[in-house]
Structure formats: C-alpha cells, structure tokens
Design a protein. Structure first.
Length: 365
C-alpha cells in the first residue's frame, strides 16, 4: 500500500484559490445576461494584450483556431510553405493544413528541444513564406536571431504561445515578438479557462479587425457580413473567468519556476534536464526531462504513487492523420525525444515538499 499519491495535475486543487472570485463573477455574468461578445470579452482582450505587450488581442474558441485564423490573415498564396517544429503538439501542424498552406517540419536543437536560427536555416526552401515558432513547454527560443533571419528572408513569424503565457526572452513577453501570436486557454494551461478558449495577439490594427470579423461570421456589425467567417468567439463567461485569473498569472508562473529550480538543483545528473537559454525566462507549463529508460522510470514512479505525462508519445510525422506526408527517417531527433521524454509533476497545487519527495524517489531509480 502506497501512502504517497501525487496526481500530475488536479485542476480542482490548482484552481481552488480562485473559486470564490469565480463564483462572484459567475453571478455577475448571470445578472448581466450577456454571454457572447460584449464587455466581458473586450475587457479581457484589453488586459491580455497589455499583459503581453501587444496592441491587440482577439479572443477565439481554441488555440487551434487561434493558429489557423492567424495563418489565414497572412493571406499567403495557397500551398505556400510554412516552417514549423517537427516536435510539437499536433495543433501546430493541423493549423497550417487548415489554412491551406504546406507544413515543412524542422528538427529541434537537442538540448532545448526547440528550433533555432540554425535549424530553421537548414530546413528552409525557396518557397518558405512563414514560420511558426512554438514556445514548447513554456520556453522561448532565441527570438532575436530568429526574427533577424525572418526579416532578412521576408518570412512572416507566428508564435505558437499556447504553452507560454508570460514567458519572456530578454525581458520581452511571448505574444509580442512575432507578427502574430496564438495562445490557448485550455484548462490545464498556465492561464487556463474553465473550458476551451484561445486568443491571438498582434501589433497590427488592420489584422486585429480582420480577425475580429473572421471569428464572428465576417461581421463587426450584427447581421452585416463583409466576408465569409467562422463562429469562433471566446465565450464571454470564459473571458470573465480569465480576467479573474490573469492578475495571478505571474504568481502561478513564479510558483512553477520555483518547483522547476528544485528539479534543476537536486535531480541526479543522468536525468537529462531541459536546457534553459541564457536570456530566456521559461514559465514551465511542462517540466520536460529525458531518460533512455523512460518507460521503466515512468512505471517505477507510478508504483511510488507519482503520476507523470508524456509530451508527446507519437511524433506528428507518425500520426495516422498525417500518414505519408513525411519520411520519418528525416526526423531522428524528434523521434528520439518522443521515445525518451517524460513530463514531471509541476502543477500549481504541488508544494515544495511534493517535489522534493519526487526528486528523492527519482534519485533512487
Ligand atoms: C503547442 C500547442 N499548440 C496549440 C495548442 C492548441 O490549443 P487548443 O487545445 O486550445 O486548441 C496546444 C494545446 O493544446 C499546444 O500545446
């Protein structure tokens, strides 16, 4: 019988400190009776744009739609090539396909598991028109050199910041580096809602207006439609809940950062820890390590009551949905990461003692 039991995440506990405020806001929203668009959404959009250092934020219904709509607003010729990491969540690839563009996979760097200027240059073709930079696990890659390359080549830059609310590079926030950035407010994210949600940030007023239309039947004025569009609005209720959580985001990120430092300081050397770039301030949405005996380690931890996760068990180029598009032999590093990667507990509800216990048990593996 194992006394110690540590779930990887438990949103009822991670969110417990917000329940009272959320209940109050929920009552206010019931009283107001406006559940689509309106003040609650506009207020959150303004606050989130300000938080990211962007001029505009547009709330949509998921991170996937945020990526897709951001790519569509670029108005690239059909099948233009878009570089994106081979090691990412499937949404990054699907968004490129849904925007009618051609995804070109880029192997990451071995230490950070992120793409770099070097790996982007190696994968570019004369048809490259845009790049999607994924701040995977909550860390931004070397943005200045990537932006310089993109500007030199004339590529658009979309940040996939779904895992990186509040991450910084050289003190500048995710969501303010690229031409556009896409966020997810999926409940488990550092800034998670109570259901699906997403958002796009940009400095461009013209794109902001196009995106406001694109998510709302091509309309800014009710029943007047300038172009065909989707129904992909961030719910007013979710926006209201997110406005409550946003002022605590730095506190959430700081707690996760503290837990990450414990892993960095105390885990034995044979666990391959995520490299942190000198000017990067990650937010540790996920604490991602690697170990050659990942399955044995995972089972050992589970026997000790510790739940872990894998991000991701099957690379995008091996997914049935994308079969035949790429030769898996071209992405050996991504394949190896997927076989050895393990995500350690780092939820907001985890305490220092929880993590020290995980470390002690891991160091006995
Ligand atoms: C890197 C990345 N991109 C995109 C998404 C898609 O976000 P959503 O689940 O809100 O569609 C996620 C999260 O799920 C993600 O982790």
């Amino acid at each position: 019988m194992n006394a110690f039991a540590l779930p990887y995440e438990d949103l009822s506990r991670s969110n417990a400190f917000l329940w009272e405020e959320w209940e109050r806001v929920f009552r206010q929203m019931l009283q107001k009776g406006q559940f689509v668009l309106g003040e609650a959404l506009a207020d959150f959009e303004q606050a989130f744009a300000r938080y990211c250092g962007a001029k505009w934020a547009i709330g949509v219904n998921s991170g996937l739609d945020a990526l897709t709509l951001a790519l569509k607003v670029l108005n690239l010729p059909p099948q233009s090539e878009v570089l994106l990491p081979a090691h990412t969540f499937i949404a990054t690839v699907f968004s490129v396909l849904q925007a009618g563009l051609k995804p070109v996979l880029v192997e990451p760097e071995a230490d950070t598991m992120l793409v770099s200027r070097r790996t982007l240059e190696a994968a570019q073709t004369p048809q490259t028109r845009a790049i999607v930079i994924v701040h995977l696990y909550g860390q931004m890659p070397e943005m200045p050199s990537i932006m310089a390359l993109a500007r030199q080549k004339g590529w658009w830059v979309l940040e996939d910041a779904a895992q990186a609310h509040g991450a910084r590079y050289l003190g500048q926030s995710a969501g303010s580096w690229g031409d556009l950035a896409a966020f997810s407010f999926y409940p488990a994210k550092n800034l998670g809602a109570l259901g699906d949600g997403g958002g796009i940030t940009t400095q461009s007023a013209e794109w902001a207006e196009k995106l406001q239309k694109a998510r709302n039947y091509g309309s800014l004025v009710k029943y007047y439609h300038d172009e065909p569009g989707l129904n992909s609005r961030l719910d007013a209720l979710q926006a209201a809940f997110l406005s409550v959580k946003l002022p605590y985001l730095d506190q959430i990120n700081a707690h996760k950062h503290h837990l990450a430092q414990l892993y960095h300081s105390h885990l034995r050397e044979d666990f391959i820890l995520p490299a942190v770039l000198p000017h990067s301030q990650p937010v540790y949405h996920i604490f991602s390590i690697r170990h050659p005996a990942r399955e044995a380690l995972r089972e050992y931890l589970l026997r000790q009551g510790i739940q872990t996760a894998i991000h991701y068990p099957l690379p995008v180029f091996r997914q049935k949905a994308l079969a035949g598009r790429w030769n898996p032999a071209h992405y050996p590093l991504t394949a190896q990461i997927c076989q050895t990667q393990l995500s350690l507990p780092i939820a907001y509800f985890h305490t220092e003692d929880d993590i020290l216990r995980v470390i002690e048990i891991m160091n006995r593996f």
